[in-house]
Write a protein that binds this ligand. Structure first.
Ligand SMILES: Cc1cc2nc3c(=O)[nH]c(=O)nc-3n(C[C@H](O)[C@H](O)[C@H](O)COP(=O)(O)OP(=O)(O)OC[C@H]3O[C@@H](n4cnc5c(N)ncnc54)[C@H](O)[C@@H]3O)c2cc1C
Ligand code: SF4
Length: 496
């Protein structure tokens, strides 16, 4: 611990965001460039180097947080980068996108603001790239074994990098035209600029991983044939089958799924389109769904110049303090959080309702109504109680000419025929079934990430990718693997 009194003398300070008025005029990341480095050393010095670091337990990757906090506060960036990459293939992704369950489990958070762990992680990762501490790590020798990884989201990428570095010859198959999964066409540029993704893909190419884009396994490549061509197959196809909202008027023009809307905006940022065919410009937007995907729609609609934006959340508004009985430390509590998009909505007063940050809580959609020519014009909602029963007399109508459904995802997309062609067994909830070693019912075929775990987070996806790589390596070499396995397939976030 470089500064034994750091937690007493230094208040928590986060990487500042750019002013709202400035950042909504572009798609760049919301943070002030260069403003993290000057503050991060003192922030890392707030770490108490606890005997039992719960932050480390709360992070699915088992990141060695107190170790790299100490190294950063001593300005030993090279060693910090080495310790960080020992457990996390892509810390620049988690450093920007992770909801940081580690911070909820920080011992300091029992009675003070937690250490800014996620910011420290991001600073180390960015510094590592700047200083050349993240070079390609090609294997010393090849095993002669081959692996196909289907899907190039964080799970597939982490699995592919681990297996390539272990000496296996790995090809990643991706149905999209670019690599990255939901980090490419789901998550907007203002949360993570795609250059971070490109840099990692280049690193992986230099290490020997091969990428086959615009190739849908099950349609362009026969899934069963893939199994015979490779010694092992990893299914990391994500959970992209979206949930529906079966209410009257759903068929109206102008009601779309979030994942129909967000990819088009991302394609504008990629330079593929001049403007999005579903652009929110000048439209009254209502987002149904209170989660991260909904917030991403909110930030995107604001940048596209929506006339108004409102976000509906079926849950009641959470408090700002942890409920010590229901969600005690060190679990991750449901709290009222102001994301960058909500801050923008608040400052710009985007919602035609009294609520300050555009969110209407405890709101359930009853129906959509149209203009008589098939286009949506309004959404009718009702307030619900904690058991989601409608509260009488609370019906209200919001004007809407673009409605975005962000209701979550149920499991892998069945449309490509991959699951059926391979004969994979499924769980009743729609995810791919697997045993304790990540193996499916088909010998040599493994499943990982959202496709098997269900809709989750990037930190879990990377942990899944690392763990499935260890299982595949064991299968290929028929001996204990030297690759780390941070989680098992049945591990879940800490709960009370
Ligand atoms: C809009 C949105 C925002 C999110 N924001 C965050 C966030 O801020 N922080 C966070 O931690 N998590 C976030 N998440 C969740 C996170 O993105 C996912 O948990 C994570 O990407 C899952 O990784 P994965 O690799 O398992 O699957 P995915 O990222 O979904 O990748 C699966 C890939 O497989 C490909 N594929 C599917 N079928 C085939 C096939 N048959 N052949 C070839 N390729 C195929 C898909 O095209 C896709 O590229 C967000 C999710 C969404 C939808
Ligand atoms: S990956 Fe997420 S949980 Fe782990 S240290 Fe980073 S921010 Fe915390």
């Amino acid at each position: 611990m470089a500064d034994p009194k750091g937690f007493l003398t230094t208040p928590r300070e986060e990487w500042p965001r750019r002013p709202v008025a400035e950042r909504v005029r572009d798609w760049n990341e919301v943070y002030v460039p260069g403003a993290l480095l000057p503050i991060v050393g003192a922030q890392a010095g707030r770490c108490m180097d606890c005997g039992v670091p719960f932050c480390h337990e709360a992070c699915p990757l088992g990141n060695l947080i107190p170790e790299w906090n100490d190294l950063v506060s001593r300005e030993d960036w090279r060693a910090a980068a080495e310790r960080l990459h020992a457990t996390n293939n892509f810390p620049e992704f988690t450093g920007r996108l992770c909801p940081a369950p580690c911070e909820a489990g920080c011992v300091l958070a029992i009675n003070q603001p937690a250490v800014t762990i996620k910011n420290v992680e991001c600073a180390i990762a960015d510094r590592a790239w700047e200083e050349g501490f993240a070079p390609p790590v090609p294997p010393d020798r090849l095993s002669g074994r081959t692996v196909a990884v289907v899907g190039s989201g964080p799970t597939g990428l982490a699995a592919a990098q681990q297996l390539t570095r272990a000496g296996h010859t790995v090809a990643v198959y991706e149905r999209d035209d670019r690599i990255g999964g939901l980090m490419r066409y789901g998550i907007p540029e203002f949360k993570m600029e795609k250059r971070h993704l490109e840099r990692r893909v280049e690193q992986m190419r230099a290490e020997g991983t091969r990428f086959r884009t615009s190739t849908t396994v099950g349609r362009d490549v026969d899934a069963a044939e893939l199994r015979t061509r490779y010694d092992a197959v990893v299914i990391a196809t994500g959970a992209t089958a979206w949930r529906e909202l079966p209410v009257p008027g759903r068929e109206l023009c102008g009601v779309h799924q979030a994942m129909e809307y967000l990819p088009l905006a991302n394609r504008v940022c990629e330079g593929d389109l001049d403007s999005s065919p579903l652009s929110a410009a000048g439209r009254r937007v209502v987002i149904v769904g209170g989660g991260d995907t909904g917030a991403d729609c909110l930030g995107t609609a604001v940048r596209e110049g929506a006339a108004s934006v409102t976000q509906l959340d079926i849950y009641r508004r959470p408090g700002t303090e942890r409920d010590e009985d229901a969600e005690p430390w060190p679990t991750y509590p449901r709290l009222y959080r102001l994301s960058a998009a909500h801050e923008e909505a608040r400052d710009l007063r985007t919602a035609p309702v009294a609520e300050a940050d555009a969110r209407l809580f405890a709101a359930s959609t009853l129906r959509f109504t149209g203009d008589g020519e098939g286009r949506v014009r309004a959404l009718c909602l009702v307030e619900v109680d904690s058991a989601r029963r409608p509260v009488q007399g609370t019906e209200r109508t919001l004007p809407a000419d673009l409605v975005l459904l962000a209701l979550g995802f149920s499991g892998p997309d069945p449309g490509d025929g991959l699951v059926a062609r391979l004969g994979l067994a499924m769980e009743p909830r729609g995810t791919i079934a697997r045993g304790p070693d990540f193996a499916t019912n088909v010998p040599g075929v493994f499943a990982a990430g959202d496709a098997a775990r269900g809709q989750s987070l990037i930190v879990w996806a990377i942990a899944e990718g690392r763990a499935v790589a260890a299982a595949v390596d064991r299968f290929l070499i028929d001996a204990p693997s030297r690759l780390p396995a941070p989680i098992g397939p049945y591990d879940r976030p800490m709960t009370a």
